[in-house]
Ligand binder design. Sequence first.
Ligand code: CMC
Length: 392
Amino acid sequence: TGMFTYDPGFLATASCESKITFIDGDQGLLYYRGYPIEQLAEKSDYLEVCYLLLNGELPTAAQKQEFDHLVMRHNMLHDQIMSFFKGFRRDAHPMAVMVGVVGALSAFYHDSLDINDERHREISAFRLIAKLPTIAAQAYRYNKGLPFSYPKAGLTYAENFLHMMFSTPVAEYKVNPVAARAMDRIFTLHADHEQNASTSTVRLSGSSGANPFACIAAGIACLWGPAHGGANEAVLKMLNEIGDEARIPEFIARAKDKNDGFKLMGFGHRVYKNMDPRAKIMRETCYEVLNELGLHDHKLFKLAMALEKLALEDEYFISKKLYPNVDYYSGIVLAALGIPVSMFTPIFALSRTVGWISHWAEMIADPGLKIGRPRQLYTGAARRDYVSLDQR
Ligand code: CMC
């Protein structure tokens, strides 16, 4: 290929150096800043994980307290942003609203958009991490015709999200600790995943010097696709479509048929050629949540387990090393918590915001930063002369 290596889909090209997240896809390992995801999911909480991803180290007690306070201080939205929501149709997909509203944040913080100023970068990170749950919750409430619900002091990040989603003026959401813990865990498991499509989009956007709000809006747009963050939504739709265990073989056969466009949603991963470690944790969380809510016989969970078992016994899935990924079970947990399917990808987006902004900040702080500029193999027409309109 002459001067360039040709690597469509970047199967074999490292685009950057990074100190944030390590993945070993063959062994199914995922570490944030060196810490195994299992330990963080079990022992840490989302805001601590945010601190870790951004700063590289776990916080001391004092640092954690200050960080939590700073993030929670920024969680309100400017009243003009509240008006911005009203420009959308009521049936707008929350992801469409998120792309728009997050991009528009750049118009609100002119005073702190100097990307060469470390203090400005830091405050943008706080604002994004703090405001995304508020934006996501309001996008949902706008769909429902509910009045906006302001963040509440004294709640954790996850509790506050559930509060903003479900509280009404007459009935405050009663936070179930198992539900809040599950929510926090979903945030933690989605917090970062090195150079996936949306993170690479954020880096590429940021490499031109664009402001962080615009870059994160680009990441949200990329995440929306069904091959990426839209998979959790697609899994639930698929399980509902299958409907009954008796129909599983039919759908497995379709997934194996190259002439059928159908894929088993929530299965397969570009990097993991083994069980996605996040999927294991998610399956456990799913079990805990359903038990707590008295949904032991949850139909979709049983169906998902039966489908997983049959697929993992199937030669096609074995030989192609296709295992459940994080999104296979997360949708069932979210559905059990009463969260509508259209909010699944927005929840992924708000969780991943810390990963995006950590990568963006790592890249901007690199003195050797170059604008991202992939090359191509041109396969179009050779040189030819213009033919005037009356001659065509
Ligand atoms: N069902 C059936 N066959 C599959 C599946 C599946 N879910 N996933 C991959 N394959 C086949 C694929 O057809 C290909 O076959 P062949 O070699 O005969 O052409 C082979 O396995 C390799 O797959 P690929 O599509 O070349 O692999 P990729 O790395 O380009 O794609 C993927 C990875 C995640 C996009 C893909 O596995 C997929 O579309 N899965 C379903 C959607 C999904 O669950 N996405 C969530 C990913 S995890 C969360 C996130 O990143 O946002």
